[in-house]
Write a protein that binds this ligand. Structure first.
Ligand code: CP
Ligand code: NVA
Length: 328
């Protein structure tokens, strides 16, 4: 995880405040392999302990901390998951409207420098990753989490890895097939696969594949010998895979391209016939929200192989683990 250490000369406020330096989770690549494994192990423990309610050992772990949720795009799982996570850890949550915090009312840097006087951590969902970096660059004390950008969705990848580990015992050595758009979710899965040693086969139409630079950066982790390949044929990608993953063909912010994308992704829908190619035990994954009849057939999404609501549930446990790791 990346730490931004305050410079006392340039930030006199930090001298008196004695607050911990901010940490950032903008990308899965901000975590070392052992840090990522530790977050997942903590999430599994928190999941078990949730039944204890207010008696859980972490029920007051973040008392005195506040989380600001700054969202430029809609969200159910990420936003609500963070709200419940923070409250169950004894902390507070504030949700300033995006028009006030991320709009044109004032510079993003000034929002960051104001919020760092009040809260410990901000989770931000916005468009370009560069906006997130602009926010981080303006604050040394505030911890910042990427709650989804056009480029990456690292919180989703945490829940996905926990779900795979629950169903297969571990992530390392498993094979995930991702069929669909080479988007933010695909990028973070690629980072997670390279970090934890999971084989990943991505199948996307020409023009919608991940940039080669993303694969190069992931492989450069060198954490584990893994096969990460891009294909165009969904059947080839899913052959013998442990799990088959897809996401929407049109992400938030791309609505104007929707009809062109529907044509481009023809043949990339996850059907029960495609799931059969993966094997009898393969399970289906989707970050949600999903569109039945577009990227996935209803009988797959709603069928017995579907892990999508386990993934959704695990958003809470992994986001709790992330908050504890960053602030604890
Ligand atoms: N998967 C996910 O991030 O869902 P939301 O957009 O509802 O947060
Ligand atoms: N790729 C999707 C993910 C939504 C959780 C989007 O960015 O809209």
């Amino acid at each position: 995880m990346t730490t931004t250490t305050p410079s006392p000369e340039s930030d006199p406020a930090s001298q008196s405040a004695e607050r911990a330096p901010g940490r950032t989770y903008l990308s899965v690549l901000d975590l070392t392999p052992s840090e990522l494994e530790a977050v997942l192990a903590l999430a599994a423990r928190l999941k078990e302990e949730r039944a204890l309610g207010p008696e859980a050992p972490t029920a007051r772990a973040l008392t005195g901390h506040s989380l600001a949720l700054l969202f430029d795009k809609p969200s159910l799982r990420t936003r609500t998951g963070f709200e419940i996570a923070m409250r169950e850890l004894g902390g507070n949550v504030t949700c300033p409207p995006s028009t006030d915090a991320l709009g044109t009312r004032e510079a993003l840097a000034d929002v960051a420098r104001t919020l760092e006087r009040w809260v410990s951590v901000a989770a931000i969902r916005t468009f370009e990753q560069s906006r997130l970096q602009e926010f981080v660059d303006a604050t040394t004390r505030l911890s910042v989490v990427n709650a989804l950008t056009n480029e990456e969705h690292p919180c989703q990848a945490l829940a996905d890895c926990l779900t795979i580990a629950e169903r297969r015992g571990s992530v390392r050595g498993r094979t995930l097939a991702y069929v669909g758009d080479g988007n933010n979710v695909a990028t973070s899965l690629t980072h997670a696969a390279a970090t934890l040693g999971m084989h990943l086969r991505l199948a996307s139409p020409e023009g919608y594949q991940l940039p080669e630079s993303t694969l190069v950066a992931a492989r450069a982790r060198g954490a584990a010998p893994v096969e990460i390949v891009q294909l165009t044929d969904p059947a080839e990608a899913v052959e013998g895979a442990d799990a088959v993953y897809t996401d929407v063909w049109t992400s938030m912010g791309q609505e104007a391209e929707s009809s062109r994308r529907m044509e481009a992704f023809d043949g990339y829908r996850i059907t029960s016939a495609l799931m059969e190619r993966a094997g009898p035990d393969a399970f289906f994954m989707h970050c949600l929200p999903a569109h039945r009849g577009e990227e996935v057939d209803a009988d797959v999404l709603d069928g017995p192989r579907s892990a999508v609501f386990d993934q959704a549930e695990n958003r809470l446990h992994t986001q709790k683990a992330l908050l504890l790791t960053m602030l604890g």
